[in-house]
Design a binder for this molecule. Structure first.
Ligand SMILES: NC(=O)c1ccc[n+]([C@@H]2O[C@H](COP(=O)([O-])OP(=O)(O)OC[C@H]3O[C@@H](n4cnc5c(N)ncnc54)[C@H](OP(=O)(O)O)[C@@H]3O)[C@@H](O)[C@H]2O)c1
Length: 287
């Protein structure tokens, strides 16, 4: 497994996005645990979660608790696994999502995540999404306080634009190590943020790198060039997609979601698929 860096921490070049194991259509607990264990068996040492990955208000924290349980029951050494969680989204009820970027909420959310993950400090704590009701500097200031208090080892931001990345960097200094934005063959609008991360040496974590839950399986049907190269290489279009993202910059660390052992095993293998320049150019141009 190829490795990359998030701040000073070395992680597998492909992470596990844990969200599909807590949303509608989620697997039973046994399959979810087997999925996380399959990721660890494949050498994955980055797991992305969030307090809000849950079915509603009563279920908040489902995904974090699942990850904690999977790590505890693994049987192997998990000390090198970086768990990246997030705060700043709330689940007011039903399928609804809302925002709360207030320092009070972020402090309380971080405490709850610490408890669910069963750790003294969170490896990577990401501000999930800017809250228009709260000045960005106030939300990021709360992360700075959490870092200074030793509650989080590293800080990240998500769904941020270039101006917000620069502002967060000013407030957080070296505590800021990553940016997590949507990026996939269908959604390339975050390319400016990807390029800025490469320039600043911040890890860039593409979310929904395969197009998102419910769409990822059909990637090859929607993108002929990805399907063609996959066929020539004898691998899945999803593997080609992740290898393409890795080729865009050394700071890119995709976090494909999975709810089955087979899919994360297949995705993890993308870390060892090296595309040539012609293939990368064709994939860059493929709309
Ligand atoms: N920061 C944010 O605002 C934000 C927003 C959305 C997501 N995220 C994070 O990003 C992660 C990834 O995004 P996502 O889960 O929404 O979408 P995704 O990674 O684009 O797609 C996930 C789906 O891809 C399927 N899949 C994975 N590898 C595959 C393979 N090799 N072949 C075929 N199918 C494959 C999985 O199927 P199975 O379920 O059948 O295994 C899964 O349901 C999330 O899990 C979450 O951690 C962050």
């Amino acid at each position: 497994m190829q490795h990359r860096r998030i701040g000073p921490v070395e992680v597998s070049a492909i992470g596990l996005g844990a969200m599909p194991m807590s949303m509608a259509g989620r697997p039973d607990t046994d399959r979810a645990l087997r999925t996380v264990h399959a990721a660890l068996d494949a050498g994955v040492t980055l797991v992305d979660t969030a307090d809000a990955y849950a079915l509603g208000a009563e279920d908040v924290g489902h995904n974090e608790s699942l990850i904690a349980r999977a790590l505890a029951s693994y049987g192997g050494d998990t000390s090198g696994v970086l768990v990246a969680t997030k705060g700043g989204h709330t689940r007011p009820g039903g399928d609804a999502w809302a925002l709360d970027g207030s320092p009070e909420h972020l402090r309380a959310a971080c405490e709850a995540s610490l408890t669910r993950l069963g750790v003294d400090a969170i490896g990577l704590y990401q501000f999930h999404r800017p809250d228009p009701q709260v000045p960005y500097a106030e939300s990021i200031g709360a992360l700075r306080e959490l870092a200074d208090a030793g509650k989080i080892r590293m800080a990240g931001i998500s769904n941020a634009n270039p101006e917000q990345i620069r502002q967060a960097r000013q407030i957080l200094g070296d505590h800021l190590v990553s940016v997590q934005n949507q990026f996939s063959p269908a959604y390339r609008d975050s390319e400016p943020e990807l390029r800025l991360c490469a320039e600043l040496g911040l890890a860039f974590l593409p979310w929904s790198p395969l197009g998102g839950i419910g769409r990822a399986g059909g990637l090859g049907d929607r993108f002929a060039t990805f399907a063609r190269i996959a066929e020539e290489r004898g691998v899945s279009p999803q593997q080609v997609c992740l290898a393409w993202q890795l080729a865009l910059a050394p700071v890119v660390v995709p976090i494909p979601g999975a709810s089955r052992p087979e899919t994360i095993r297949d995705s993890a293998a993308a870390a060892d698929l090296v595309l040539d320049e012609q293939e990368i150019a064709a994939l860059n141009a493929a709309g």
